[in-house]
Design a protein around this ligand. Sequence first.
Ligand code: SF4
Length: 394
Amino acid sequence: MSSYPPSSPAQPTTLRQRLAGLRGPAVPPRPLDARALAALAANPGCGRRALLDGAGVDKTALATALGSPASFGQSQFAIVRGNSFEAKVKGDGGAELLRLVHAHLAPTTEPPGPGARVPDLTAAGPEGRAARTALALREATAAGLDAGAWTLLDHPMLALEVAGSPAYLEPDAVVVHPDGRWTVVEIKSFPMIDGAADAAKVGAAARQAAVYVLALEKTAGKLPGAEVGHTVLLVCPKDFSNLPTAAPVDIRRERSVTRRQLDRLTRVEELAAALPEGLSFDPATRTAEELDRAVSAVDAAYAPECLAACELAFHCRDRARSADQVTALGRSVRGELGALTTVEAALAAAGGTGCAEDPTAAALHRAARLRAEALDLAAARPPHPSPETPACPC
Ligand code: SF4
């Protein structure tokens, strides 16, 4: 077994070098996508995720090396079904998609005609595609303001600077209205039944759309007359059919949370500086035990929601459970228990041996007493008389 921390010949000097050292100098940084940025916003208190994402660590490979591989993500069947639904929504030059945007977000303006603009956004590499998208947005805004044209940008490429590096993001579509407004459209394959979809899935889609809105705002800020809408359009299959339906989603809250979290990511330097020298998350050069200690060196904020959003969820859940942390029971339980951070401390408080000065411990003890009294009363009460069994007619 190799020693820990491993000997490190040179001291990294810049943040870029420091992060490369954490990732493994020979490992290319894993680019951040909108899903990863949205997941960061969903758990803003987790320094572990912020650092690993900021350093571009491949969390899937790390989780596998730790012996707790991630098991979330879409099945192949769901991906194929989603792609086919998206193609249907965007078919016929985006006529149905533009109709939905007009009906839900701009019903008082002139509806899009049959010849709406759908510019070609192909270019070489993500930088080229982002530059082509920026040009198309400029032309579409001018065409809207000058000639009242609607424009659909199909899979545009947006650039957003995250922790000093550009992240390239690809929304399903952006629609430019004749008044210069830009609307992000998210096309999802989960159903909208009676006009409502699964709240958790809508929340995840809203956080993802918020990342796109932030990226668009960088471009719109340089263009006179352009404005990014803070209400996005969510398009889903209607009820149990394959027909598209849509609902506007206000993402102002998600946008500000994501903005704060991205600002926090730019302070990844502080998180990295607090780590011991020579620490690395590179599965190719470190044993599982070394990786475990490296991951444990960064504070985490595990919650059951991590299971749907982070590759390290099984590892962090095991550690939270073995440390008896109440966070493993959910954020609401954690919030209710205040200074009682372990299950043992909460049980002690309920049993009356907690800190007498702590109002949470006192409330928990009182609740436990009331519960015990209620159970005693229920046990002492005679059983309900059962209805008499009717006599057999024969
Ligand atoms: S699974 Fe772990 S690293 Fe990922 S967000 Fe949750 S606590 Fe943070």
